[in-house]
Design a protein around this ligand. Structure first.
Ligand SMILES: Nc1ncnc2c1ncn2[C@@H]1O[C@H](COP(=O)(O)OP(=O)(O)OP(=O)(O)O)[C@@H](O)[C@H]1O
Length: 596
């Protein structure tokens, strides 16, 4: 992710907001409604001083009260129009802000969910969540309020300046001369506000990311009595965010104070010069009143513009952070012209001289020149010390990453030429660490299979030996699981994952056996479920149990990213090499020997 905006971006500080235009154009009716309401409200406001002048110059002179009455009646009508237009503006603008942010959230979430794991290796998930919530909220308040305020004040300002020139060209020179003194520092400060506001959002995101991590691992935090440490770390992150936000606010308050000072000084000056003219008889009192009102309008709208400018600059910082996510390109992407896999799936997997290093792994090769083939229906066990590269092989078959050299074929087709969704539809993954979502049991099993009926979900649960325990849950298949739901045991989670794989009904099964010991009954149920799942499918299994290894057609022994041995349990044990040592360590000398 980019850390800082490039110099060219910094120069035009509101430029990132341009990226919001396509979102605005999706809701043209709201935009047009907001603009119309805005114009009507501004025109009504600008017509008020005209009425004031007429009343002052003529109404008070003539003793005709009906004239005054009719003017005041008109003013009431004007205020009604102003009220209606302002209400309409509020509705259109807020609705627009909500819509734009809803669209933006959906787009950013949709985009990040399809980024490859390489992106998540270097980005904290809490950081992304913070961008999705805090930054979009800031944009909402801008589009929903500040932008319309800016536009309203701009229209009012231009209108009011125009009217001052029309009312008293000489006096208006003072107003016009004051404009650059107000506007130039605005632009200069806007840049610094944006930079500081970006920094504030960045530090806030860091704090949120840390909070998410600590709350997610609250059991570990408490078990290691790390609450104080966590509190202090979060506290200092929040303080940093506060300091950054404060420095952005300091810039904005200096800006506001300065704008108000220059504006009021020029109004006082106008009043003074105007008063001289009224005394000298060169201007009527009504004209001065009218002029003054326009000058005040111009001044206050300029003052508000200066405040809003700061908000716009803040939103520009937030938009920039979101657009960075939207611009993030996945290194693993669908090919432009995907090659279809054979219509009848075979379920074969083939590695040809594959080498791979993780993008953030300092170029340290994790797999070196790996070649092997798993034939349709075969069960192949991957065995090796922790860190040997077994899970990496799974990640490459799923195409979470692309190999640096060599190629991988599924059903005879190079997977880099296949559409990602088509490839992954042929694979069912049963990971060691099963993700259970905060959703009902049925939805957890049916995850990823949109068309799964309740009957199909139940059938999969039965096959995975999960049906019985699900029925015992308080609301059966409708019981919420995961966070804030029922927490499942290790064996139950495994069976949920197996049910998911059954439902997916894919020809290739990637199975990462649980290392954590299950009680005898769970172990037996999981084993039965797995046996049924593996029947008739090509299975690659990261094996941690002797029983699994004994059932495998072949064993691949991995060491430091290379395949060092290949064979059956008996042949490899007899060889007395890496595998024989590993088997003795992992399964105990007696058991391993007994199995030979
Ligand atoms: N996302 C990642 N980014 C960088 N390096 C990684 C990543 N995942 C794994 N590694 C490194 O790659 C090497 C192989 O990891 P891998 O997870 O494939 O091993 P494994 O054989 O499956 O180990 P285990 O049995 O402990 O799960 C390890 O040294 C690990 O540190």
């Amino acid at each position: 992710m980019q850390d800082a905006p490039s110099p060219s971006e910094r120069r035009r500080s509101l430029k990132p907001l341009v990226r919001l235009l396509p979102y605005l154009s999706r809701h043209r009716r709201l935009v047009v409604g907001a603009l119309l309401a805005l114009i009507v409200a501004s025109a009504t406001t600008l017509s008020l001083p005209l009425a004031v002048r007429r009343v002052v110059d003529m109404g008070f002179d003539a003793s005709d009260t009906r004239f005054v009455d009719s003017y005041f009646a008109m003013l009431v009508v004007l205020s009604l129009v102003l009220a209606a237009a302002s209400g309409a503006r509020y509705y259109f603008v807020i609705a627009l802000g909500e819509k734009v942010v809803a669209d933006l959230r959906k787009d950013v979430f949709g985009h990040v969910t399809q980024l490859s794991p390489a992106f998540y290796d270097r980005t904290l998930s809490g950081e992304i969540v913070s961008r999705l919530t805090a930054d979009t909220t800031q944009i909402k308040s801008t589009v929903g309020a500040s932008a319309s305020l800016a536009l309203r004040n701009l229209i009012l300002f231009l209108g009011a300046v125009g009217m001052t020139v029309w009312t008293a060209p000489g006096l208006s020179l003072i107003v016009i001369a004051a404009i650059p003194f107000v506007v130039l520092p605005l632009v200069a400060f806007g840049r610094s506000v944006r930079r500081r506001s970006r920094l504030a959002q960045d530090t806030l995101a860091e704090a949120s990311a840390y909070a998410g991590e600590a709350i997610g691992a609250v059991r570990t935090v408490q078990a290691f009595t790390g609450e104080r440490q966590a509190r202090e770390r979060y506290g200092s992150a929040v303080d940093k965010a506060y300091a950054a936000a404060r420095s952005s606010v300091v810039s904005r308050s200096v800006l506001t104070g300065y704008a108000i000072f220059t504006i009021f000084t020029s109004v006082v000056l106008v009043l003074w010069v105007g008063a001289q003219q009224v005394i000298g008889g060169t201007m009527s009192a009504g004209t001065l009143g009218q002029f003054l009102l326009y000058a005040v309008f111009a001044a206050s709208s300029l003052g508000q513009l200066s405040e809003v400018w700061g908000e716009l600059a803040q939103a520009a910082g937030a938009t920039e952070r979101l657009c960075e996510l939207l611009d993030e390109r996945s290194p693993v992407a669908d090919p432009t012209a995907p090659v279809p896999l054979p219509a009848r799936p075979l379920g074969s997997v083939r590695f040809e001289a594959v080498s791979f290093a993780y993008p953030n792994g300092a170029e340290r090769p994790v797999l070196r020149d790996i070649s092997f083939e798993v034939r349709p229906g075969e069960t192949v066990a991957l065995v090796g010390l922790s860190g040997a590269g077994k899970s990496t092989i799974f990640s490459l078959i799923e195409r979470f990453y692309d190999p640096d050299a060599g190629r991988i074929l599924v059903d005879g087709v190079d997977i880099s030429r296949v559409a990602l969704a088509e490839l992954r539809a042929r694979i069912a993954l049963v990971p060691q660490d099963v993700a259970v979502f905060a959703a009902p049991a049925a939805a957890n099993i049916g995850f990823g299979v949109a068309s799964a009926s309740r009957a199909a979900v139940e059938a999969a649960a039965r096959a995975a030996h999960a049906h019985e325990f699900i029925l015992r849950l308080p609301q059966g298949y409708d019981t919420p699981l995961g966070e804030r739901g029922v927490t499942l045991s290790g064996g139950q989670r495994q069976r949920i994952a197996i049910a998911r794989a059954v439902l997916r009904d894919a020809p290739i099964l990637l199975l990462d056996e649980a290392t954590s010991a299950l009680d005898a009954e769970s172990e037996m149920l999981v084993q039965k479920a797995l046996d049924e799942l593996m029947a008739g499918r090509t299975t690659l299994v990261i094996a941690h149990r002797l029983a699994t290894i004994l059932k495998a057609d072949r064993i691949l022994v991995l060491s430091e990213g290379r395949i060092v041995e290949e064979g059956t349990h008996a042949s490899l044990s007899a060889r007395g090499g890496v595998y024989a040592r590993l088997a003795r360590l992992q399964f105990g000398a007696g058991e391993a020997a007994a199995a030979e």
